[in-house]
Structures are given as C-alpha cells and as structure tokens.
Design a protein around this ligand. Sequence first.
Ligand SMILES: Cc1ncc(C[n+]2csc(CCOP(=O)(O)OP(=O)(O)O)c2C)c(N)n1
Ligand code: SF4
Length: 264
Amino acid sequence: MSLDYVKFSPGFDKFMPKEYRDMVEHGPFGKKTTVSQMGSFKEILEEHPMCAGCAMTLFIRLAMISFPNPEDTITVGTAGCGRLAISQAAIPFVYGNYGDQNAVASGLARGLKLRFGDKPKDVVVMAGDGGMADIGFSMTLHSWFRKERFTTIMLDNEVYGNTGGQESGMTNKGQVLKMAPLGKKFEKMDMVGIRSVCVFRARHRRSQGVPGHQIRVQGISAEAGDGGGPSEGVDRKIPCRGERERQWQSALTFGWRGSAARGS
Ligand SMILES: Cc1ncc(C[n+]2csc(CCOP(=O)(O)OP(=O)(O)O)c2C)c(N)n1
Ligand code: SF4
C-alpha cells in the first residue's frame, strides 16, 4: 500500500513482464486519473471472466478509474459476480465470507487508521445486492450506523446472479427470474432510504453518463482517516444481462413468459 510496491527493484526491471512494466510506467499510481482519460493510461482492471457485455464490469472499471488513491486503496468484496473482476485488479482485494464485507472493512479501516494515522488509506467495499441487502444486511447497516470510514458500493443487478438467478430483496416486485418463476411477492427494498436514516452523506460526483446503461461515475471520494465523519455509500443499479438472457431461455423452454405463471 504505497508507491513502493509499484516500483522495480534495482537491476530487475528488464526481467519484468510487459504487463507489469506497463503498469509501473503507464499506470494510474501516484497520478489523478479520470474516466475521460480512458485509453491514455494503463488501467488497474483490464480483464475479467464475467459474462460478455455485463454492464457490471463496466461500472466496476469506471469506479476503479475514479479511485482517488489507487496505490493506497484496498477493495473488500464477497461471493458474487463482481468479485470475479474486482479480485483481478492490480490493487489488494480482501475476499470475505458471504455477507461480512462491511464488518471486514470496518476492522480493516480501523486497523489502517491505527497503523498509518492521518495518511490516506482508502477502503472500498464492492458487493452484490444479495450479499449487501440480504445476507449481509445487518453488517452493512451497522457499519453505516457506526459511521465507519470507508466507501460502500452496492452492485445492484436486482438478482443473485452468480448462483443462477434467485430473487433478492432488491429484485423488483413481480419480477420473474429463472429461480423465482412465480414472480417476486414484495417490493424492492429501499436501501437508499434506509441509508439516509443512518446519517449518510453522499459525496460521489455524477457527471459522466454512459449511454445505454444506468451508470454514472465521475469520481468517488473514498476518504479514510479523518475519523468521526459518516461513511459514504453508493448504490448502482446495473441490470443482469445474463439473467435477462436466461429468462428468455427459460421462457422458450418452460413458457414462463405467460402472465398466469407470474402469480399475483
Ligand atoms: C455463506 C454463503 N452462502 C451462500 C453462498 C453462495 N453464493 C455465492 S454467490 C451468491 C449470490 C450472489 O448474489 P449477489 O450478492 O446479489 O451478487 P451477484 O452475483 O448478483 O453479483 C451466493 C448465494 C456463499 N458463497 N456463501
Ligand atoms: S450473471 Fe449477470 S451480473 Fe453476473 S456476470 Fe453475468 S451478466 Fe453480469
């Protein structure tokens, strides 16, 4: 977690692989990069094994470009589609047990504060809606109540994508999914509203739209270390492309598109 870990040891630079060399020479470390500069520098996240065309990967990519201090940032995630990409980035990633990401991040942010004091060390949680609003809900909420000093980003694809399409609390009412063929029976959880009662202070800037997607990221302020203030939260709605395709496939196979099967 410093610029030292992206420097070559003297005498070894000529043996380093090109990918590594590009990251050291043309990466974002120690510089301020923005989404509008995409293509002019080596990004910390370039490849991933997620579904082709998945909007979530684009969001994660844009979010990482917006990290203010990539060389001093640790991401925390949990099981789900997003961690397949997040864990491939050229910065440290902590993979918690399913749902405990905000508890892990709380300890990590506090430990970094103890170890480094006021030196900026950023902790950014990125996890799916199932991991954050369902199974990890209590840990998410309590970290907000405690005003922990880290950023929380919910990758809200409105479904348990990685396990094949079960409904989550963030699924819309009536939504038919591969593993919820009768349709969701209750409303989408109001995580933004819940967050606001936790003395939430949103500070991310939204100015860079991406056509065709519900994604807007320009810069995410991921402060850590000044203590006392509220933690930040960002909720990004990113429909699961794979689920839509699976839904269509299911419709072809089982005739689930009929309104009778959707329940009431
Ligand atoms: C304790 C625990 N329970 C269940 C699982 C299985 N599991 C892995 S990914 C996943 C769903 C992830 O859904 P979500 O958090 O919404 O993220 P997405 O895949 O949709 O991005 C589940 C239930 C697990 N890994 N650990
Ligand atoms: S299942 Fe959905 S959210 Fe997961 S990688 Fe595929 S398109 Fe993306």
